[in-house]
Design a protein around this ligand. Structure first.
Ligand code: CP3
Length: 345
């Protein structure tokens, strides 16, 4: 099937479809027994990311089980910091840890953007494998973290509830903060170009912590770097489809982000009122979202009802069905089947 005939691409081209295409953030992951089995074969999460054969396998697992309309490359947004020379490891049950960047010295220790492929080339190999192994109708999504979200982890050395270390660095040493943002931005443009060269048909930019940027800072550090990434990619690949996810942005933030970055689709979290999205966002772009991922733990009638409500509310414009955030390890795989049935029937 030609890329343009695939359901996800049709929605991204602005088409209103009778049944929205569907995929899930974090669709390959620990809620699936087959994922856990492959991960233990690899040894640990990072070894899995850098093993093209096994990363291809875990990307395909949710496609086989659920027949989603898109597959998302199995990797992580924190591979860019690692490729730039930050130390990265994962603490079981807690999450990522990185060496921190808090001053000019730390920044100077980072490597050059030109050398990131020394670390990242296995990821391109995975994309290439996927590109030739996916079912004909399935769209291949590549991704990266947005510079702000990646910077919050590089500065704090871990995930934080309020991104305070990064917000503090903007105030105490904006020069180093800006240097870091710029380095991440150019690394991301390069990384995404390589994913597209290898066969990614859609790119998603995850700004998971966009909500902590308020006022002018949101424009400066969420919208501006994303806009640059989008425009640089489109110089080389005029037809590449891009989904942006400024999680936690307020309504005005979502609108400005959509208009200013020129993404082809905006992904909304579950705190966004679906009717508001239909009335305002969907008039200017394709909308992706926004089922509360917690419903996949509890399931039941509430899951079916809420799934149908979202599909109906967004049925008058281009829509890709998805969650408001990633599926959690305690979700029940059978509830995913139920959700898909509610979307497609
Ligand atoms: O969506 C997919 O299935 C594709 C792969 C993917 C992963 N991470 C795999 C992963 C994608 C697209 C991501 C994005 C990502 N990674 C984001 C942005 C999206 C979001 O959820 O907000 C962020 C902030 C990260 C950073 C990260 N990676 C954290 C905070 C953690 C620990 C918390 C957690 O969910 O475990 C990870 C680990 C991670 N990334 C796992 C997976 C499958 C779990 C690793 C494991 O133990 O097997």
């Amino acid at each position: 099937m030609k890329t343009n005939d695939k359901l996800i691409i049709r929605a991204l081209n602005g088409e209103t479809l009778t049944t929205p295409p569907i995929w899930m953030m974090r669709q390959a992951g620990r809620y699936l027994p087959e994922y856990k089995a492959t991960r233990s074969l690899a040894g640990d999460f990072l070894s899995l990311c850098y093993n093209p054969k096994l990363a291809t396998e875990v990307t395909l697992q949710p496609i086989r089980r659920y027949d989603f309309d898109a597959a998302i490359l199995f990797a992580d947004i924190l591979l860019i910091p690692q490729a730039l020379g930050a130390k990265l490891w994962f603490v079981t049950g807690e999450g990522p840890r990185l060496s921190t960047i808090t001053n000019q010295n730390d920044f100077d220790m980072l490597g050059d953007v030109e050398n990131i492929d020394d670390i990242l080339s296995p990821i391109y190999k995975t994309v290439k494998n996927l590109s030739s192994n996916l079912p004909d109708k399935t769209t291949l999504i590549g991704f990266a973290g947005a510079p702000w979200t990646v910077a919050t982890y590089m500065i704090a050395g871990r995930g934080t509830p309020d991104q305070k270390p990064a917000l503090d660095l903007i105030k105490s040493n904006q020069k180093v903060f800006d240097l870091l943002m710029s380095k991440i931005t150019y690394a991301t443009i390069h990384y995404l170009s390589k994913q597209i060269d290898a066969g990614a048909e859609v790119i998603k930019i995850f700004d998971s912590w966009a909500g902590s940027l308020k006022g002018k800072l949101f424009d400066q550090y969420c919208i501006e770097p994303t806009k640059l990434i989008v425009s640089e990619l489109r110089k080389i690949y005029p037809n590449i489809k891009i989904i942006g996810f400024p999680r936690g942005a307020n309504n005005a933030g979502y609108i400005n982000y959509t208009n200013m970055t020129a993404v082809d689709c905006v992904a909304i979290d579950s705190s966004v009122d679906t009717q508001w999205a239909a009335d305002y966002l969907q008039k200017i772009t394709c909308v992706q979202g926004n089922l509360d991922q917690r419903l996949l733990i509890s399931g039941g009638h509430a899951l079916t009802k809420e799934t149908k409500r979202i599909v109906k509310t967004l049925s008058n414009g281009p829509h890709i069905f998805n969650l408001g955030h990633g599926i959690t390890p305690d979700a029940n795989p059978d509830n995913v089947t139920k959700m898909i049935k509610a979307v497609r029937e």
